[in-house]
Design a protein around this ligand. Structure first.
Ligand SMILES: [Zn+2]
Length: 120
């Protein structure tokens, strides 16, 4: 087991940071053994990249929805409504696959009890 920095994001997700120290066993071999242990935990003051992407897409989706609402209230149906609806559909698909990726990653991390091999 070798020691790494541990970066925790505000969304609760985390990732491994830089390598810090070999464990006793591997020190002799001069390689990292692939088993990661926490050296220090650093709080990162933003969300992880995936959650960040979700937020951006959710915001874009809301902008599109607001535009459609506004047109509806004005009783208009410009050609851009369809374009907006299409963008919303694409955004929702992207959001769904990002959520799946986040869930998958959290599950993978949760299964290793903090001290075994990491794919993060
Ligand atoms: Zn996250």
């Amino acid at each position: 087991m070798c020691f790494y920095e541990h970066l925790r994001f505000t969304c609760g997700d985390w990732k491994w940071g830089n390598f810090r120290e070999h464990c006793n066993r591997e020190y002799r071999i001069g390689e990292t053994c692939g088993m990661k242990l926490v050296y220090t935990t650093a709080e990162v003051r933003n969300k992880c990249k995936l959650c960040d992407k979700v937020d951006t897409k959710l915001r874009k989706r809301e902008v599109e929805l607001a535009r459609i609402n506004r047109w509806q209230q004005e009783g208009r149906y410009p050609a851009s409504v369809e374009k907006s609806q299409e963008s919303i559909k694409i955004l929702e698909n992207e959001i769904r696959s990002l959520y799946a990726e986040i869930a998958h990653r959290r599950q993978a991390i949760g299964n290793q009890n903090g001290s075994s091999r990491s794919y993060a």
